[in-house]
Design a protein around this ligand. Structure first.
Ligand SMILES: Nc1ncnc2c1ncn2[C@@H]1O[C@H](COP(=O)(O)O)[C@@H](OP(=O)(O)O)[C@H]1O
Ligand SMILES: [Mg+2]
Length: 390
């Protein structure tokens, strides 16, 4: 392996192990949330939900990155802060976070990492969460973390993702996306989809294909890999359990399926239905919470991702960074509505560029359906042989 090829090898290896651990943490919290009589789900200032898992994953990832990237100053841009946790009435919540983090770190050897010599104290955990307050930017190395992306899906027992990416000098260099409820094969999707009453309760067999997955890629490698999530006492195997995935070869819009958010508040379904119709997308949209949509595109379960957020909403880099790398290295193309690559050099500010909408939108959507201020359109499209499908 040349030095260039090996660049970021250590970081990717570590990031994949960490995301596996974080997924396992989330699975435990999701299970207890769904079974608990009183569900410990809080609302943030913007009314979005947050749980023990969000803070616990952030603390765990922050602690592990700092511990195992010794000698590097570790800058992390992540979604959660400690304000709520530090309130005087949050003692039981904080205790639950401390307990969850320590339980997770105790399992580190299963993932080939060393556990802390002693359980972390509350102050160390608060410190690990608050350390993730970097704003990123055009220079230096910045880790970008969404500890639980799609928290709404998470609290509903549905899809969610753990997303970790590394940016160097404003460019994405690696991405890891953990999808604990997204099975290795699309066919098993409904078995994990607890709200679908029509599917049998028991999966047909208990092989790895029905378990969640972790996808990862390194910029420029031309490969995106997928691994089954580690379950029970199974030890993490690297890289034997990984298989390469590719974006779909479908380039006929009438055969393509587009993904979009489940939440109408996050993307205008009426608008996307009109858009889909006008570009000849005939299949029903695949509505999934979280960055699992990027996973679906990267391995060819769907072809297009359209998000049409309300005017004024600023996309956050942690909601896209890991997904963009895995889709692009799998052969897909990710752009904003203007056809430009997403800009991750602007740190906490939107990674999405603003400007004119794409030509095809101008041609096919009636003028009254959008205006220049509707430029908060994010469109992830697939190209085959460098030709845009849409
Ligand atoms: N009004 C809004 N418009 C668009 N996206 C929004 C939004 N409010 C929140 N989001 C983002 O959409 C993410 C969920 O994506 P999706 O709707 O595709 O499942 C949320 O991630 P979190 O759940 O991590 O906060 C949040 O960052
Ligand atoms: Mg998110």
């Amino acid at each position: 392996m040349t030095e260039e090829n090996d660049k970021y090898g250590k970081e990717l290896d570590l990031a994949v192990r960490i995301v596996h651990m974080a997924c396992s943490l989330c699975q435990k919290v999701q299970k207890s949330l769904l079974s608990a009589a009183s569900r410990q789900v809080l609302a943030k200032d913007d009314d979005s939900p947050v749980t023990v898992a969000d803070w616990s994953v952030q603390a765990t990832v922050s602690w592990l990155l700092s511990e195992f990237l010794e000698g590097q100053s570790v800058s992390i841009v992540a979604e959660e802060d400690v304000q709520t946790l530090s309130k005087s009435d949050a003692a039981s919540l904080l205790a639950a976070v401390v307990n969850t983090v320590n339980e997770c770190l105790a399992e580190a050897p299963k993932y080939g990492l060393q556990q802390p010599k002693k359980a972390l104290k509350t102050s160390q955990i608060i410190e690990a969460i608050s350390r993730c307050n970097s704003t990123g930017g055009p220079t230096g190395r910045h880790w970008v973390l969404d500890p639980v992306d799609g928290t709404l899906g998470f609290v509903r027992g549905d899809q969610y993702a753990v997303a970790l990416a590394l940016i160097e000098d404003g460019k994405l260099v690696l991405g890891v996306l953990g999808c604990p409820n997204y099975p290795m094969k699309k066919e098993f999707l409904n078995y994990n989809h607890q709200r679908d009453q029509t599917m049998p309760k028991t999966p047909p067999s208990s092989d790895i294909w029905q378990k969640g997955c972790v996808m990862y890629a390194r910029r420029g490698s031309g490969r995106t890999w997928m691994q089954p999530l580690i379950h029970g006492d199974t030890k993490f195997e690297w890289p034997n359990s990984a298989t390469p995935v590719q974006a779909s070869p479908v380039d006929d819009p009438s055969l393509a399926t587009f993904c979009e958010p489940v939440e109408k508040a996050n993307s205008n379904h009426l608008f996307t239905a009109g858009l889909a119709n006008s570009i000849g997308l005939k299949n029903q949209p695949m509505r999934i919470h979280s960055m699992v949509k990027y996973a679906a595109i990267a391995r060819g379960d769907a072809e297009v991702f359209i998000k049409f957020a309300r005017s004024g909403y600023k996309e956050k880099i942690w909601d896209h960074a890991a997904g963009v790398v895995i889709v692009e290295e799998a052969g897909g193309v990710v752009t904003d509505a203007g056809g430009r690559p997403l800009d991750f050099s602007r740190g906490l500010k939107s990674g999405v560029l603003y400007g004119n909408l794409m030509m095809f939108l101008r041609q096919s959507i009636p003028e009254r359906a959008y205006s220049e201020k509707d430029a908060d359109v994010l469109l992830v499209s697939l190209t085959i042989d460098s030709r845009r499908v849409c």
